[in-house]
Design a protein around this ligand. Structure first.
Ligand code: GLU
Length: 492
């Protein structure tokens, strides 16, 4: 084993990035960074029917977006090329031949029908389905001849008796009775190798020192360890990361209505830093107290001994809370950039209008920074700013607040009389704000008596940014007509 670790992820290009893969990638990347090692991306396209280049492209793009930059991979190359398993098939086949020669693997000529019948019979006896080793006893010369004659076969690994034990860097001592491990298929009919086989060949060839992967692979580990032994190779260290669980404490699954793709959260407008932070909390903790931490802190502190064994429950409420925490830290420029696509999508402004409005858009976005948790929440808050006066949507709570005040219409009317000349003469916002407060006092009113009906009239919302900022954004003329529309609305 080399001194510096070499870790890898081996995603299958059969769909988009699952949250589990995103988390596994983050942990592998952080582990490599922390120890000055290499992070390898290998595309595991053993499933020919389901693997697509489009999915590979999406995976590379999504992982790059997440910021887990790999040191070696199909796009950047590296010392152990190629990094696509389908391009390594010759090596896999050479290894399969070696195992056949040494007798650690054997050809199986059983038909699918026979295997199906065998399985059905075993299941009816409530036994764990397993291959009955019919072909294990075949004479090697006969086996080779049948293969040479073109009879289809699979290559099975011959699992020895005994136990397979290892020290998992997360779970501690793990041990399996080999009797539980079937003589599994290494190479399918037609020469297509399977995951458990190629993963060992490639991890060994690529000098992988640590395999950090999801707990769902724990039962694959004895198969892989036995293969390392059969090939006389040192296995890497293994660390199985806890399952990510939904609110029902079952494996997080789309079937239970959870969004499981990284893309879903990107599209919903969760800040990237929140996604990273939250995913890392699924099975790892900085110090048991600090929940909000940076990628730098992750890299400085990531230790496998701090990864928990128990499943991690994906708490959606907390994820939203964390999204808000990160969103509030963004500069107005950054936040505006992140919110812009959602505003365009909602049809409120075009990209050009946003670009041309410059400071205006940034100011509006900043005005709502305390109220939104996701970038995608902004359009709903600002839609009324763009609406025709007659189409403003009034929240029930906003009207309720306004209607609490008996003399609301008179108050608004007299305020409007005071306000009109000021707005038409472009009085600066600060002056207007101070003047309005004086006006309230002079009228013998309490602030809510003016400001709640005024907020309802101007924004249709019960809460929101400073009203004088709002008037500044929508302009004097519109502010006046809005207040008039509000007076009509609140009159009865
Ligand atoms: N293709 C497998 C997966 O994405 C790789 C498992 C492994 O890391 O060994 O789950």
């Amino acid at each position: 084993m080399t001194d510096t670790p070499r870790v890898r992820i081996a995603p299958s290009p059969t769909g988009n990035i699952h949250l589990g893969l995103a988390r596994t990638s983050l942990f592998n990347w952080a582990f490599a960074k922390r120890h000055g090692g290499a992070f390898v991306l290998r595309i595991e396209d053993t499933d020919k029917e389901r693997s697509t280049m489009e999915s590979e492209r999406q995976i590379l793009e999504g992982l790059a977006w997440l910021g887990v930059q790999w040191d070696e991979g199909p796009d950047v190359g590296g010392p152990y090329e190629p990094y696509r398993q389908s391009e390594r098939v010759e090596r896999h086949m050479a290894t399969a031949d070696r195992l056949l020669e040494s007798g650690r693997a054997y050809r199986c000529f059983c038909s699918k029908e026979r295997l199906d019948a065998l399985r059905a019979e075993q299941e009816s006896r409530k036994e764990t389905p397993r291959y009955d080793r019919k072909c294990l006893g075949l004479d090697p010369a006969e086996s080779a001849k049948r293969a040479a004659d073109g009879e289809p076969f699979t290559v099975r690994f011959q699992v020895p008796e005994g136990r397979t034990a290892f020290t998992d860097l997360v779970r501690g001592e793990v041990s399996f009775d080999n009797a539980e491990v079937d003589d599994w298929v290494m190479v399918r009919q037609g020469g297509n190798p399977t995951y458990n086989f190629v993963v060992v060949c490639d991890d060994a060839d690529m000098k992988i020192t640590h395999v950090l992967r999801g707990e769902e692979h724990l039962t694959n580990t004895p198969k892989q360890l036995l293969l390392y032994r059969a090939l006389d190779l040192d296995p890497p260290a293994f660390a199985h990361l806890p399952l990510m669980l939904g609110a029902n404490r079952k494996k997080l699954s789309k079937r239970d209505g959870a969004d499981v793709a990284l893309e879903d959260y990107r599209k919903k407008g969760f800040p990237k830093a929140a996604i990273i932070n939250f995913l890392c909390l699924q099975g790892w903790a900085l110090d048991g107290e600090t929940e909000v931490f940076s990628v730098e802190q992750l890299v400085e502190n990531f230790d496998l001994s701090d990864v928990s064994k128990g499943g991690a429950v994906f708490d959606m409420e907390k994820f939203h809370w964390m999204a808000g925490e990160y969103l509030r830290k963004e500069s107005p420029e950054t936040l505006a950039k992140h919110c812009a696509p959602y505003v365009v999508e909602a049809g409120l402004m075009t990209e050009d209008e946003i670009a041309d409005s410059g400071e205006w858009f940034r100011a509006v976005v900043a005005g709502f920074q305390d109220r939104i948790r996701l970038y995608s929440e902004l359009p709903a808050w600002i839609a009324n700013l763009f609406a025709d006066d007659e189409r403003v949507e009034y929240e029930a709570a906003a009207e309720k607040n306004a209607r609490k005040h008996e003399g609301r219409v008179e108050t608004l009317k007299s305020f409007l009389a005071w306000l009109t000349p000021k707005l038409t003469s472009d009085t600066p916002v600060d002056e207007l704000r101070d003047g309005a407060k004086e006006w309230v006092k002079g009228a013998g009113l309490k602030f809510p008596q003016l400001f709640q009906p005024l907020r309802c009239a101007l924004t249709g919302q019960a809460g929101g940014p400073d009203l004088f900022d709002v008037m500044d954004w929508i302009g004097g003329e519109r502010s006046l007509s809005r207040i008039q529309a509000g007076i009509r609305r609140l009159a009865d």
